[in-house]
Design a protein around this ligand. Structure first.
Ligand code: NAD
Ligand code: IPM
Ligand code: MN
Length: 320
């Protein structure tokens, strides 16, 4: 975290951090992802988590990742997941509900003679969670100067949760006359987003839809190496920052993974703590690096992960 240290010292931010080695190695050694008491300790002693991408071929179903990542999101009640889709025409602010829906952990399976014959994953939404999510996101969109907000749903095929979301969206929108709401089925939304993203400003989505849309958004941005995210609990103000991408196994070990998304997630962390100047400076160094010789191959460059971050540090030191 040399970038954070440099920025914290130069701007007098007083940000201190500890590093925890929660991940695949710990899971394989101990069978635990999040150590006992981790959530309470984080909530008590820290204000935020900066999380690296998870994923390891030794654990094919990502059980450790579910335990850690979904454990942190649910345990810390980080129900607002902001995934900005940064495009040439502007930013589409995608907000994904982050704790319920198909990720509620409700379901099971029926096994006959050792073979799973029925598998069930329930999509569960409480009105309370949809309401607090929609209300917070609409306020955020208004503050960010947006005029339009689109609810993405699938009420034609998944009517119970779909109509709950529509009902809450319509009611909550009444308190935001500055915002014009529209509603779109998720399949048609994805189609339109890829064909022409320019009409969209703010987008609200349930958990799985938001997960999928954020990878489409990343593709529109130029790749998963570019997409940053923030998961927030508005009530406690605790937040988690991480790239949208996973461990990129197809390029693992090559030293060419793009650190842009992780660095931009650090920018979101600085913004969250009210350090807009430091965040802007970091962003300018990262975008400048992405347009230069140290750019990674996904951006058409010949640089590597380390070279990219070395260049970011060089620029930071020049500008600080
Ligand atoms: P992935 O996001 O790791 O990779 C998808 C594609 O994007 C790959 O082609 C990869 O090379 C590319 N990519 C991703 N990050 C990149 C970067 N920084 N620079 C350049 N290219 C990049 O998705 P996957 O392959 O489906 O998943 C791999 C593992 O990661 C799985 O175990 C999955 O469960 C896990 N995963 C974790 C997270 C997370 O920690 N938040 C997110 C997604 C997937
Ligand atoms: C993401 C990831 C996670 C999710 C996985 C790894 C559990 O895809 O953060 O986008 O589905 O939320
Ligand atoms: Mn995802």
């Amino acid at each position: 975290m040399p970038a954070l240290t440099a920025l914290s010292e130069a701007f007098g931010l007083g940000i201190d951090y500890d590093v925890f080695d929660w991940g695949a190695d710990q899971w394989l050694a101990t069978g635990t992802g999040l150590p006992p008491g981790a959530i309470d300790r984080l909530a008590r002693d820290y204000g935020a988590v900066f999380l690296g991408a998870l994923g390891d071929p030794r654990i094919p179903d990502m059980a450790h990742g579910r335990d850690i990542l979904l454990g942190l999101r649910k345990g810390l009640d980080l129900y607002v997941n902001h995934r900005p889709i940064v495009l040439e025409h502007g930013v589409i602010d995608l907000y994904r509900e982050n704790t319920q829906g198909l990720y509620a952990g409700v379901g099971g399976s029926i096994t006959r003679s050792g073979t799973v014959t029925v598998a069930i994953d329930e999509c569960v939404y409480t009105r309370e969670t949809v309401e607090r999510f929609v209300r917070f996101c609409l306020a955020r969109l208004r503050r960010r100067g947006h005029r339009k907000v689109t609810l993405v749903h699938k009420s034609n095929a998944v009517p119970n949760t779909g109509t709950l979301w529509q009902d809450v969206f319509r009611r909550e929108l009444e308190a935001f006359p500055e915002l014009t709401g529209s509603e779109e089925y998720v399949d048609s939304f994805c189609y339109h987003l890829v064909r022409d993203p320019t009409p969209y400003e703010g987008v609200l989505a349930s958990n799985l839809f938001g997960d999928i849309i954020s990878d489409i958004g990343a593709a529109l941005m130029g790749g998963l190496g570019l997409a940053a995210s923030a998961s927030i609990c508005p009530e406690s103000d605790f937040a988690l920052f991480e790239p949208v991408h996973g461990s990129a196994p197809d390029i693992a070990g090559k030293g060419t993974a793009n650190p842009y998304a992780a660095a931009m997630s650090l920018g979101l962390l600085l913004d969250h703590f009210g350090h807009a100047d430091a965040a802007a400076l970091l962003r300018s160094c990262v975008t400048e690096t992405a347009g230069g010789e140290a750019a990674t191959p996904d951006l058409g460059g010949k640089g590597g992960t380390q070279q990219f971050m070395d260049q970011v540090m060089t620029l930071l030191e020049q500008k600080l």
